[in-house]
Design a protein around this ligand. Structure first.
Ligand SMILES: *Cc1c(COP(=O)(O)O)cnc(C)c1O
Length: 223
């Protein structure tokens, strides 16, 4: 068995104080999650609705599930009854659907706005201007079943640490911009979710508050 517990503890030791760890368990069996859970981990990240549903049913109910992948609007209704945070909101359409489905089950869902900063076509998320537009159209303010908690992003998948650092700094500065403009009095708008296995040490130097780490804890994914 993969040394999940040892890896988890090592990762936790390397995190700055106050940084939240999302253990990204997508494509890994539930036994791995159980081992991390036994070592105290409670926040897990998944990116597929079916897989998340099955794991949610089989695993302890106090796990906080973060949906970290691209979420199709037609899948929202399946995860809203139990998900703790939806990290990758990239359109007003998706926000509307989360609001609608959350209202039905009388829940308030934490969400993050996903930013596309990386210099790659493959990464999803909103450009900074798209995100500015979403916020300046005030529709989101009337959504009482959604709590916008902050931003999330992925850096480019490159070796150049300076580029990665620049992208994280861009994200942190953008957070400050929209915090000042829309969330100045809102203490709940406080999350900067960036940093994965390959770059989380850089991310923490660039004011990340939440890292999402899979491979370093659970090993390579078998797709
Ligand atoms: C898979 C995934 C991660 C974890 O990546 P690792 O390199 O395995 O740590 C983090 N964030 C998102 C959005 C992911 O899809």
């Amino acid at each position: 068995m993969y040394p999940v517990k040892e890896n988890l503890l090592k990762v936790k030791q390397s995190l700055h104080e106050g940084i939240e760890l999302v253990a990204v368990s997508k494509f890994h069996p539930k036994e791995y999650i159980e081992e991390a859970y036994a070592a105290g981990q409670r926040i897990f990240g998944e990116s597929r609705e079916q897989e998340l549903k099955q794991k949610h049913q089989e695993l302890p109910q106090d796990i906080k599930w973060h949906f970290i992948g691209h979420l199709q609007t037609n899948k929202v209704k399946y995860i809203v009854p139990y998900v703790s945070m939806i990290e990758a909101v990239d359109s007003i359409r998706l926000l509307r659907e989360i609001e609608k489905q959350a209202a039905k089950v009388e829940r308030v869902i934490d969400v993050l706005l996903e930013l596309h900063i990386a210099n790659e076509d493959t990464k999803s998320g909103m450009t900074l201007d798209e995100c500015r537009d979403l916020l300046s159209e005030s529709e989101w303010k009337s959504m009482s079943h959604i709590r916008i908690r902050g931003i999330m992003m992925m850096a480019s998948n490159v070796d150049d640490e300076n580029q990665i650092r620049q992208e994280f700094i861009t994200a942190a500065n953008f957070f400050d911009e929209i915090k000042a403009k829309y969330f100045a009095d809102n203490g709940e708008f406080s999350v900067r979710s960036y940093g994965m296995s390959g770059d989380y040490m850089i991310a923490q130097e660039c004011r990340s508050t939440m890292v999402r780490i899979g491979t370093t804890i659970f090993g390579p994914r078998v797709y």
